[in-house]
Design a protein around this ligand. Structure first.
Ligand code: FMN
Length: 93
């Protein structure tokens, strides 16, 4: 209910084994079915941190979040992978 009422949703994940970590992925999995597509509103921001991420790993996480946002009706505002990007992204809140 809180997620449904939120204007801003921030999802953060460490980069584990080249991708979004298991617990965040499980959260996305659990939406599938119980949460009706298009039933959320507001902005989605994604924070994704790895120790030494390669470009394709970051792109995979960004792609998943973009698709998640689009399926459930959120406006995907983008991903930050370091402090500098997070500061830039925060201007969109
Ligand atoms: C199980 C595990 C798998 C990880 N896999 C990756 C990985 O594939 N690529 C990467 O860049 N960092 C990887 N890391 C590093 C984490 O992304 C990093 O520890 C996390 O972002 C938290 O940062 P910190 O350790 O500086 O607090 C992994 C860490 C763990 C514990």
């Amino acid at each position: 209910a809180k997620i449904k009422g939120a204007d801003v949703l921030v999802i953060g994940s460490p980069l584990y084994w080249h991708n979004i970590c298991g617990s965040v992925r499980t959260l996305l999995d659990r939406f599938y079915g119980p949460v009706e597509s298009g039933s959320l509103k507001g902005k989605l921001f994604f924070l994704f941190q790895g120790a030494a991420p390669e470009k394709w790993m970051l792109e995979a996480g960004d792609y998943t979040m973009r698709r998640f946002a689009s399926l459930y009706g959120l406006s995907y505002e983008g991903m930050a992978t370091n402090r500098k990007e997070a500061v830039r992204l925060s201007a969109k809140i």
